[in-house]
Design a protein around this ligand. Structure first.
Ligand code: DON
Length: 557
């Protein structure tokens, strides 16, 4: 069935190719769903640029992956415009409601109340995705917002066949979704899991998207949709007000940049930790000739670099609009050299010796990423999320919008663990209007003749996945290799290397243990990386979609 769907899509793409403007450049798109990739090509065929395509892909993903991202969530879009060599990060991360406060997830004894920041509307922060789509389309696109949203509206109206990934995540969250009748009605018809490949139609979501297409941000943050959102949130224990919706704005930020050898890295700035942790780890690793080392030592050093960079994440990172982050220090080569000097070749450093005592666990395959580049080098890397699969489980009646549970990405209590086992402190404490710290890392890697665009979902593991892909890029491998590289991960706490079954051999495991590392296999492969590559000299494009997912990478016009 999926094959049939893919074949139908390819013929659709051919139609777009035939209709494409003669002067339009070739484009590569990799996304987590074939219909989202097709939506991008559909607007390109109408004369859209890569930013229009990014709007169309983002909106389509909101429809065909309602478990991963959507209008009820947030996103980071990393953009590059070639003609004036301009880079920017559109920070469309959700914001805490104005009535939010530090202790909102704690009981009277000051303990974290289980699941309160994950299930139900108190877990939902003010969505940034709708404002981001409007901003991206109106400021950077060439087509109208309505044209860019058209494929998504069509998918929501006519429906699409649900895949295995959808069903797996629905099953995982079914108990939560059943608590909310509006949600169960939509995703669990007759209280049951739907059959594989059955058609999901979302007429309410089509209507909400249509309101945005007609009225821009007012179609979501004001009027009928806003009223329905506020009512639905109130009914499910949330604290949103019209003032919150009025106050939501995306922010354009300067991306963080750094170098690993001759590779320029451009990635997300806070409110995401992605770029800083990625570059800090690469700065530490730059002091070694990794290619000349044994496989064991290389892996050991990569883990030790991850440990130290994630440690700084938990100490220093949060929303830059609320706290001072020592970005320059964290990205400084001398600072990295200091951290490197604490790394021994023959011994793992227990994380507790870095600081404090803290603990914990892992992630999922929700959230989503796409990458787009044209042959001129214009490009977008975007990671979009509602956090856990199907977010908070709340869908306000009449909207079709799945609300995020991104409040869990704050630190409800210094030293407490969030759903990804991440710990943090005051830097990422809850405050009204603040953005919760993210790990999303939409990234560009650039050398004299190559530009790569990549990213992935995976909660706290996002950054280590992008790190391993960047190292794979640095040794001359192709996108197909970066996205499928076997993965291992260390995030400072818990003090353990988590690894995919094929990432470490029996000998690796034994040798890493002998250096003092603790190891834990993950139950399932993780991540869903989407990557595209331009060779600037030959103007050749290539693209790859992670084999772990159900995405599609296409080079077309
Ligand atoms: O912003 C973050 O870091 C998380 N909310 C991302 C969640 C995610 O990637 C879930 N996927 N496994």
């Amino acid at each position: 069935m999926l094959k049939v769907c893919k074949i139908a899509l390819l013929s659709l793409l051919c139609v777009f190719e035939c209709q494409a403007h003669a002067e339009s450049p070739k484009v590569a798109i990799a996304s987590a769903h074939p219909l989202a990739t097709a939506a991008g090509f559909e607007v390109l065929a109408k004369g859209g640029n890569v930013y229009d395509a990014a709007v169309a892909v983002s909106a389509a993903l909101a429809v065909v992956e309602p478990f991963a991202s959507g209008l009820g969530g947030g996103a980071y879009w990393l953009l590059h415009r070639e003609k004036d060599n301009f880079d920017t990060l559109i920070d469309g991360r959700e914001k805490a409601p104005l009535a939010a406060h530090k202790a909102m997830f704690l009981d009277k004894d000051g303990q974290v109340i289980d699941k309160l920041s994950l299930d139900g509307a108190l877990a939902s922060a003010i969505p940034g995705m709708p404002a981001g789509l409007v901003h991206l389309s109106e400021k950077y696109g060439q087509l109208s917002l309505a044209e860019n949203l058209a494929p998504a509206i069509r998918y929501a109206q006519t429906g699409f066949a649900i895949g295995e990934r959808y069903l797996k995540l629905l099953k995982f969250r079914a108990d939560t979704l059943k608590q909310f009748p509006e949600t169960a009605q939509l995703f669990l018809p007759a209280g049951q899991l739907p059959q594989p490949f059955s058609i999901l139609r979302q007429p309410d979501l089509a209507n909400t998207l249509t309101q945005i297409a007609k009225s821009g941000r007012n179609g979501f943050y004001k009027g009928q949709v806003a009223d329905q959102l506020l009512e639905g949130v109130k009914n499910r224990g949330g604290i949103w007000t019209q003032e919150d919706l009025d106050a939501y704005e995306v922010v354009e930020r300067k991306p963080v940049t750094g170098y690993y050898k001759d590779i320029k890295i451009t990635s997300s700035a806070p409110s995401s930790s992605g770029g800083i942790v990625l570059i800090e780890a690469l700065n530490i690793l730059e002091g070694y000739d990794l290619a000349a080392l044994t496989d064991l030592t290389r892996k050991h050093l990569i883990v030790e670099a991850m440990r130290r960079a994630y440690h700084d994440r938990s100490l220093y990172l949060g929303d830059a609009d609320f706290i001072n982050i020592p970005v320059e220090r964290l990205l400084n080569d001398d600072y990295a050299a200091g951290l490197r000097s604490s790394i021994r070749f023959d011994k793992a450093l227990p994380s507790q010796q870095l600081s404090g005592q803290l603990e914990l666990h892992s992630e999922g395959i929700n959230t989503t990423h796409f990458s787009i580049i044209d042959e001129d080098g214009n490009r977008v890397a975007a990671t979009l999320s509602i956090n856990f699969p199907f977010g908070s489980g709340v869908v306000p009646a009449g909207t079709g919008v799945v609300l995020n549970d991104e409040m869990d990405d704050f630190d409800s209590l210094p030293g407490a663990l969030n759903g990804y086992g991440l710990i943090g402190g005051v830097a990422n404490a809850i405050a009204p209007g603040k953005r919760m710290l993210s790990s999303m890392a939409p990234t560009f890697l650039e050398t004299k003749d190559q530009v790569a665009v990549l990213g992935t979902p995976g909660g706290s593991k996002i950054i280590s996945m992008v790190l391993l892909a960047a190292l794979d890029f640095s040794i001359g491998h192709t996108p197909d290799s970066w996205v499928n590289v076997p993965r291992y991960h260390h995030q400072f706490m818990p003090d353990v290397i988590e690894y995919e079954a094929n990432a470490l051999s029996e000998a690796d495991i034994k040798d890493l243990k002998s250096l003092g590392h603790q190891l834990k296999p993950v139950r399932y492969p993780y991540g869903d990386m989407q990557a595209v590559l331009l060779n600037k000299t030959t103007k050749t494009l290539s693209a790859a979609s992670d084999k772990r997912g159900e995405g599609q990478a296409v080079v077309g016009q």
